[in-house]
Design a binder for this molecule. Structure first.
Ligand code: SF4
Length: 334
């Protein structure tokens, strides 16, 4: 087990340990593997029942791949994933299908994730049919109940996705995810495609549903401002690895990793009297096909020191109680 196992936590609903996902790059007529894209490279965390872990990073950081590996929508390369007492990666396809009753996903794009040829009622009823949860009148009642739960009228079941706004479509996506009474939801950038005014409504809905139904969330986002209010803890990812993992309060008040500090400096503060200096990172995120050695952040880090940052991988260790960072100089001013 990694350092994360030492965190004092209530019994975990989900434990991810040393998760990796490498995508092979194939070339030639024989399709030989010539390289690996290291999308996720040794990610570990756990989630207690009722908790929300915000998983944040720029595009290409591997956060979405982590969410999909947990549900085995893509197969991890290595690592372990435990949900309650079940080893997720040890399940066969039938076992995994049954497990998905308890673990569901809400996708980023509410325009692409709903089948335009199906009515809203059929979209929400589909998981019920797949999992044999209910039939006939019982199913209709459940669809009506789910629509009401996400703030939509039960009569909407006869309409098609194109008749709804982006925010309403995402509510339909949430209703579909809740159909089988899951315990855990991967929320894969659920508000990124929505207008700012609608984002807060959907986040509030997710929070209300969590309180009412005791749900546990992995909330994936590319920006720290989105997850601030909903997260219990936050993990910041960069090039397939977790750079910092801490309680929401600690991470926003006292970030330890230079990358977290840079992301936070870009979050606007709605008070014109408060001035803060933005930390501009040089260059773009490197390709995961050939990630930098040592600390993967060293090519952009404003406080990198050589040769240590280039040569030695900083482990993700606890620097403050419950606050872990992967940096040789965690907490140093940037
Ligand atoms: Fe920057 Fe070095 Fe810390 Fe990496 S280990 S974040 S390069 S100071």
């Amino acid at each position: 087990m990694t350092e994360l196992a030492r965190q004092p936590e209530p019994r975990a609903l989900l434990t991810v340990d040393a998760l990796t996902k490498y995508f092979p790059v194939k070339r030639g007529i024989l399709g030989r593997t010539v390289a690996q894209v290291k999308a996720v490279d040794g990610v570990s965390f756990s989630l207690a029942t009722g908790e929300t872990l915000g998983l944040v990073g720029e595009s290409g950081s591997g956060k979405t791949t982590v969410g999909r590996c947990i549900l085995r929508l893509i197969e991890p390369t290595s690592g372990t994933i435990r949900f309650e007492d079940t080893d997720i990666l040890g399940l066969d396809s039938g076992g995994m299908r049954r497990m998905r009753r308890h673990m569901q996903i809400v996708f980023q794009d509410p325009y692409a994730s709903l089948n335009p040829r199906m009515t809203v009622g059929s979209i929400i009823a589909e998981p019920l049919i797949i999992h044999g949860v209910s039939n006939g009148d019982e199913r209709n009642d459940r669809v009506a109940q789910l629509l009401e739960k996400v703030g939509l009228q039960p009569e909407y079941r006869k309409r098609y996705p194109h008749e709804f706004s982006g925010g309403q479509r995402q509510r339909i996506g949430v209703a579909r995810a809740l159909a089988t009474n899951p315990k855990f939801l991967v929320l894969d950038e659920p508000v990124s495609a929505l207008d700012v005014s609608v984002q807060a409504q959907v986040v509030n809905l997710l929070q209300d549903l969590q309180d009412e139904l005791g749900l546990t969330y992995l909330f994936i986002a590319h920006d720290l401002s989105v997850v601030e209010h909903i997260s219990t803890r936050v993990a910041v990812m960069y090039l397939g690895r977790i750079m910092e993992l801490a309680s929401r309060a600690a991470l926003y008040a006292n970030p330890l990793h230079p990358y977290t500090k840079a992301l936070l400096s870009a979050v606007p503060i709605p008070d014109p009297k408060v001035k803060k200096s933005r930390i501009i990172l040089k260059g773009d995120i490197p390709t995961p096909l050939n990630p930098p050695g040592g600390c993967v952040f060293h090519t952009r880090c404003p406080i990198a020191q050589f040769p240590i940052c280039k040569d030695v991988v900083p482990p993700l260790v606890e620097h403050q109680p419950g606050q872990l960072a992967a940096c040789h100089f965690a907490g140093a001013p940037v």
